[in-house]
Design a protein around this ligand. Structure first.
Ligand SMILES: Nc1ncnc2c1ncn2[C@@H]1O[C@H](COP(=O)(O)OP(=O)(O)OP(=O)(O)O)[C@@H](O)[C@H]1O
Ligand SMILES: [Mg+2]
Length: 465
């Protein structure tokens, strides 16, 4: 403490000091007072300094902590930017992933579509396989049938045969049949038909032989072509009937062939072969509901035929095909022309066996009207011919048919060829004509009288000869 400051202080202390204190004592006193004060103040100050220092340290530490925290925040913020980049990258990857997923979904759909198509194709393949196997079975069955249509079972849906009856059907149907070729079936059909027409019968001739000989006997090639083009042949009728198109035989297929009388022909050409194959194969393959064996039966028993015609003659082929079966299934009678040769008469036994099968399977009303000798050698039968025909008659007596031999016969004559060339049947001016008239008379004798034209309620158109 400067001396200038101490002097007043010393003066005051001296003034107030107990009496007798020397200056020295005062000085000691003062020094002691100051020293005591200092002793008190110094620790206090030191303590204060200490406190302040610690406070400052703590603050500094706090600041340092805050600083570090800030640094970390800054670092974190810096890290955050990286994260943002990473996030962006992640988002980008996510977006790409989304696209990839969308594509994958697309592919999945395509795959599912393809799988659907594959399943559909598999189903179609299985169905096709089933159909193929069914077809295969059908074809195998059809092939096993060997073409024998007449032995097939007749279903109850087949048209029933209505026998000739005075109050019912009165138009007899005759099949002219022999399984041997060239014996005169066609010749007999044409000339018997013409003879009956001239005797007043309204005659319908049907050519059922794909050779078309009966048709050629009456119609020129150009007329045949025309009818073929117009689909007016027997084969067309059979096919249309098989397909349930309800063709009308008398109105649309019968052609008048003999002037002045009612003698109509349903013609045939070799196109019939296709119709026959078609009908048989389709039936065996069960391609249509109708039984092709009864197409003629159904038609010939209809009023539109029985009102229009008094008798129907069917010229059969020399083999058993669907046309022949149709003829026999529709017929009341079979007339068998035979040549009185050994070979020809021997074959009659086979024919009778076959006819028995037809009778039993298809038409129990079928009867054999008789045998008619054609192409005999002389104007009278020779002894050989007579004995052969007698043997045949005896043979037939023992069979189910019990068929007679007709008294009438026709000798071999060039006149037949001549009339064929002229596309006409024998007529009143021809030498052989009386033989066919006799045949017609015998045929009439074999028919019920209620079938005769005169017995019918409506007058017939034909002129009597
Ligand atoms: N009495 C006869 N006199 C001379 N020739 C005849 C006589 N009968 C038939 N013919 C001739 O014999 C051939 C065969 O006759 P037709 O065509 O009538 O026999 P078909 O039994 O119908 O033969 P296919 O089995 O081939 O149908 C014909 O050329 C015909 O002119
Ligand atoms: Mg013939």
């Amino acid at each position: 403490m400067p001396a200038a400051c101490l002097t007043p202080l010393l003066a005051q202390v001296t003034a107030h000091s107990p009496d007798g204190w020397t200056d020295k004592e005062v000085m000691v006193y003062l020094l002691s007072a100051v020293g005591g004060t200092l002793l008190v103040l110094v620790p206090v100050a030191w303590g204060l300094v200490n406190i302040l220092t610690r406070k400052a340290d703590r603050r500094a530490m706090r600041l340092e902590g805050e600083n570090r925290a800030l640094k970390r925040t800054i670092e974190e913020l810096q890290d955050g930017e990286e994260l943002t980049d990473a996030h962006k990258a992640v988002e980008h990857v996510k977006a790409e992933l989304g696209q990839v997923r969308a594509q994958a979904d697309g592919f999945q759909k395509v795959i599912e579509g393809l799988q659907g198509e594959r399943d559909e194709l598999r189903r179609e393949r299985d169905e096709a396989q089933d159909r193929y196997e069914a077809e295969h079975r059908r074809i195998r069955k059809a092939v096993q049938k060997d073409g024998t249509t007449w032995t097939e079972k007749v279903l109850s849906t087949a048209p029933e045969f209505k026998p000739l009856e005075p109050d019912g059907r009165r138009t007899p149907v005759l099949s002219i049949l022999n399984l041997k070729g060239g014996v005169g079936k066609t010749t007999v059909t044409a000339n018997l038909g013409a003879a009956l027409a001239r005797r007043g019968w309204r005659v319908l001739l049907i050519d059922l032989d794909l050779q078309g000989s009966l048709t050629s006997l009456f119609l020129t090639d150009s007329v045949q072509d025309e009818l073929h083009k117009r689909g007016r042949l027997a084969g067309d009728f059979l096919e249309a009937s098989f397909d349930s198109e309800f063709p009308n035989l008398p109105d649309d297929f019968a052609v008048p062939v003999l002037p002045g009388v009612t003698c109509d022909l349903v013609p045939t050409t070799d196109e019939m072969a296709y119709a026959e194959t078609n009908l048989t194969v389709r039936w065996f393959l069960k391609d249509a509901k109708r039984d092709p064996r009864f197409l003629l039966r159904k038609e010939l028993q209809l009023k539109r035929v029985t009102n229009e015609y008094d008798i129907v003659l069917l010229d059969c082929p020399p083999l058993i095909n669907i046309s022949c079966v149709n003829a026999l299934a529709a017929s009341d009678y079979v007339l068998v022309p035979v040549m009185p040769s050994k070979q020809a008469t021997d074959r009659v036994t086979i024919l009778l066996q076959r006819l028995k099968e037809f009778h039993d399977n298809l038409n129990t009303d079928l009867k054999v009207m008789g045998f008619f000798a054609n192409r005999t050698k002389e104007s009278d039968l020779t002894n050989d011919e007579r004995s052969r025909l007698a043997a045949l008659r005896n043979k037939c007596k023992d069979t189910w048919a019990a068929a007679p031999c007709f008294e009438a016969f026709v000798r071999q004559s060039a006149e037949i060829r001549k009339t064929e060339d002229e596309r006409r049947p024998l007529g009143p001016g021809d030498e052989l004509y009386p033989a066919f008239l006799r045949l017609a008379e015998e045929v009439e004798k074999g028919l019920p009288t209620f079938c005769f034209p005169a017995a019918r309620p409506t007058p017939t158109k034909g002129a009597l000869v």
